[in-house]
Design a protein around this ligand. Sequence first.
Ligand code: 5GP
Length: 252
Amino acid sequence: MSAKLLKMPETAKLYEGKAKILYNTDNPQILLTCYKDDATAFNAQKRGQIKGKGEINCTVSAALFTWLESLDIPTHYLDCPAPNQMRVKAVTIIPIEVVVRNIAAGSLCRQTGLPEGKVLPSPLVEFYLKNDELGDPLLTRDRLFLLDIVSPEQLAVIEEITLKINKHLQEFFTSCQITLVDFKLEFGLDSEQRILLADEISPDTCRLWDQTETDPQARVMDKDRFRKDLGQVESAYQQVQARVLARIKELI
Ligand code: 5GP
């Protein structure tokens, strides 16, 4: 994280995660998120830095949140006081990672034997428990209800919003000549119990394949470059940022 951009008192720190630090602000309804260059993979067993990642993930997320808001998807996004800082509405995070898959990759291939790159007949929506100690296990619907994480009504809303986001993002990334393979979303509840899209949408949380490349390694534009030691991580993130911001400018 670039220290010059942020001078927050240590007392304001609410939570430090692997990729972001969350700060309280003077307004209890608003939090400040500071995106870091720190990168982790495999439940933090692999650690490193991706230079410029904090700013890229913050600006890409801000642009996508702004655009999704314009399409009636409620998000926690407010504004960015600096390139790696985002002010967000204070929400209680629902402790599940919602993963959407359009093409088989990653843990889906490892756990099912499906070949990487297989186009799925329809988007697959999965729920993982947000719990590092347990290794973010895949949950069934019954386990979600057993753990009292969400009500059936809340889950229906989350699924509906998630599929809408997937449709919008698939079209959006295709217009950037990028294939949206899969991605992870998080949701939160505001003070009125409304479900808002939270966290981030960035090359850290999406699998993105460059449609202008055919080579299976050269096409990777996301955190898999870091996970798999493919090199040129920074330039891939920069390329995503450049294409996303250019397209957003045309749309809003
Ligand atoms: P997989 O289950 O294949 O490892 O991940 C599926 C998708 O969700 C990928 O795009 C991956 O980046 C994203 N994802 C799943 N869990 C996490 C997580 O804990 N952190 C981040 N940054 N992304 C995740």
